[in-house]
Design a binder for this molecule. Structure first.
Ligand SMILES: C[S@@+](CC[C@H](N)C(=O)[O-])C[C@H]1O[C@@H](n2cnc3c(N)ncnc32)[C@H](O)[C@@H]1O
Length: 262
């Protein structure tokens, strides 16, 4: 399946995504600190894969100008609706723009591009990754920062039985108030480094799950350094958690600050 078709099908229910991720806040202070260090208002911070605005809205709420880019209009429409509910005087300039991370270019070069919450993993082929990184290189002013977070590939997780279902979590559907239990199965291909995941959303009172599939590229730490290097970036800092601690044996997150070479 083409990347854009998989993404549009996966994220076609923006409210479901937003409800499922309503409690995900552990990275927000990290992005705020990155914005404080590297943004140069009034130039916007660009958030790639902005989705329903979880990160963009929290940065705008702190007064930063933000431009959120996404391939899915369903996701962006909910982000725009949430932005409209904020008091305009309280936030920095904020816009959500339909665009593909492999091709979108802002009108002026910017000092800071963010790609939070494992979204780089949606680019599963080397070709798409190179296109995306070269495009980010063009968005940035020389010396500008590209900051992103992805999972650490965990061997014991990736060898799970593809026939088995594993619990992911539970959340409340904001429309019906019903509980939704999420389970997943996965089939990791160690040659392509792509994890083919199926999510099953079981709504309280129904046996028929809502099913969605996604492919996530796993990035081994040494790959990231090399990918950045061949696309004109220097890996400046790598953290193993959103509290800026260095990676260690228990880290499950790679948070990376890369600098565009001059
Ligand atoms: C995991 S969600 C992250 C949303 C938001 N950043 C957050 O932290 O909640 C990934 C988002 O990336 C978007 N996306 C995936 N591939 C994309 C592409 N090629 N171009 C633009 N957006 C893309 C999806 O539509 C989705 O909204």
């Amino acid at each position: 399946m083409k990347l854009e078709d998989e993404i549009l099908a996966l994220y076609d229910d923006a409210q479901l995504y937003d409800d499922q991720n309503a409690d995900v806040t552990e990275d927000l202070e990290f992005w705020a600190e990155i914005a404080q260090r590297y943004s140069k208002p009034p130039l916007p911070i660009i958030e790639l894969g902005a989705g329903t605005g979880r990160v963009s809205l929290s940065l705008a709420d702190l007064g930063y100008p933000v431009q959120g880019i996404d391939l899915s209009n369903d996701m962006l429409n909910l982000a725009r609706k949430k932005a409209a509910d904020m008091t305009p005087a309280d936030h920095g300039s904020l816009e959500f723009v339909l665009g593909d991370v492999r091709t979108y270019q802002p009108e002026t070069k910017v000092p800071l591009v963010l790609f939070p919450y494992n979204s780089l993993s949606h680019l599963v082929t080397n070709e798409d990754l190179d296109r995306c990184l070269q495009n980010i290189h063009s968005m940035l002013e020389p010396g500008g920062r590209f900051v992103f977070s992805v999972f650490v590939p965990l061997p014991h997780f990736l060898v799970r039985d593809p026939e088995a279902l594993f619990p992911v979590g539970t959340f409340r559907d904001s429309f019906s108030g019903k509980i939704i239990d999420v389970f997943e199965s996965m089939n990791y291909n160690k040659w392509t480094q792509v994890n083919a995941i199926t999510w099953y959303f079981f709504r309280e009172g129904s046996d028929e799950p809502h099913v969605r599939t996604l492919s996530l590229r796993m990035f081994y730490p040494q790959d990231i350094e090399y990918l950045l290097k061949v696309n004109g970036f220097t890996l400046e800092q790598r953290f193993g958690d959103f509290d800026f601690s260095l990676p260690d044996a228990d880290s499950v997150v790679q948070a990376i600050i890369a600098q565009r070479n001059e």
